[in-house]
Ligand binder design. Sequence first.
Ligand SMILES: Cc1cc2nc3c(=O)[nH]c(=O)nc-3n(C[C@H](O)[C@H](O)[C@H](O)COP(=O)(O)OP(=O)(O)OC[C@H]3O[C@@H](n4cnc5c(N)ncnc54)[C@H](O)[C@@H]3O)c2cc1C
Length: 468
Amino acid sequence: MTSTQTGPSRIGQATIAEFAGGLRGTAVLPGDDDYDRERSIWNAAHDRRPAVIVRCAGVADVMRTVDFARSEGVPLAVRGGGHSIPGFSTVDDGIVLDLSLMKGIRVDPDTRRVTAEAGCLWKDLDAETQQFGLAVTGGLVSSTGIAGLTTGGGIGWLLRKYGLTCDNLVGADVVTAEGQFVHASAEENAELFWGLRGGGGNFGVVTSFEYQLHEVGPTVYCGLVFYPADQAEQVLRGYREASAQAPDELTTLFNMTTAPPVPFLPESAHGKPIIAVVGCWSGDADAGEAATAAFRSLGTVVADIFDARPYVAWQQVLDPLLPRGLHNYFRSAFLRTADDAALQSLLDSYARVPNALSELHLYRLGGAVSRVAADATAFAQRDQEYLVEVIARTPTAEGFGEVVQWARGVTSALGPDAAMYVNFTGDGDASNVVAAYPPDTYRRLVALKNEYDPTNLFRLNQNIPPAA
Ligand SMILES: Cc1cc2nc3c(=O)[nH]c(=O)nc-3n(C[C@H](O)[C@H](O)[C@H](O)COP(=O)(O)OP(=O)(O)OC[C@H]3O[C@@H](n4cnc5c(N)ncnc54)[C@H](O)[C@@H]3O)c2cc1C
């Protein structure tokens, strides 16, 4: 558990009280009944004690909170859905700007666009958009916030057909470090709009997002197929071949994990290593069985639970497997191509997995993601065919260091040059961030940071420090 708790608060109580009195939302303070609930985030590895948690009710509260943090000179953590893996959305003795009360959503079925406030989770957005048979690429776990996921890129089940979440962003309202309210789109503040799509929370607090939607579902053909762990090499090679042929409507991932005690898996498999291939076909559901067949015959099938399901239900299927309250560390590496050496490295790494909670995912990218120009958004890793995600977890702090070391070893074994995905990392150090972006992209991000946040007020993020 990383807590850097300091002594008495550096903001005076009278100052906080005066500030809180002007809010439309609420300020939660140490000693309040809901303080422990409101200070906790998804990743229990980061247990911090903010001086104040500001539960903003609207843009005015956001502007006032940004001004307050700047004038008091205290650290500011911005929280959308609270799923930051390195714990950026909480802070010791600083201010948490919490957007979770801001959940307004408006779908315009004519333009097929949705405007959503920054406190929405994917389950909120999916529920509203699916009412109209529409969707935008969203996270694989429905309790994740739209804000952090979108500003970092956005991997989800529709990515090969409709691109990353950030590729579907058409506009955003932003409160800058100076407390100014601006709109960013292709027409207005276009460079800021570029940076918001992959540059994370470095440039301001987004108060609402506008996305382009697409016709999806309401039924999609999706599911998981399980294979024995001792067939991992055969299944992984087969997965590489099948995914190279897959149409854009099909997004998949390969998963080395431990079999959960679920009724559709034989009891003899529970608690033992197993391979899962997970996928979602977003085309006509009737064509899904044939479209996914190649992925469902890669070895001896232990269980096949592919089926036609409501898209909203599918978006929530993995939620129980990633509960809040554990100690988590993620690591990631893009792979331009998955050669035999890379596949072998992943197999060897998983053979050393230290516990049953830790696992390894290989996402097949491509499709619409690769058709966006590398300089069109700050997310510039467009020619990467795969993304490796390592999830390392323990129930408590005990043994956490060991799983972190394992996860680091998985990506370093893939070679020193592999870039990470900013949303899938448990680390928060600047050297990783530099390596996450191509050099030209990083230089452009620094120039944008110089313009919008020269004092680095927004530094609790995958930070792009302004040039000295
Ligand atoms: C269980 C789980 C599942 C995940 N699944 C996926 C997935 O399928 N696809 C994927 O791409 N990623 C996924 N992620 C990673 C996820 O995208 C990042 O952790 C993301 O930062 C979470 O966003 P949040 O709003 O919930 O987080 P928060 O902790 O609230 O915020 C994280 C950071 O985002 C920035 N931020 C938040 N709100 C704003 C705002 N309004 N304006 C500007 N910046 C802001 C800040 O820098 C903040 O520190 C997952 C993470 C978890 C824990």
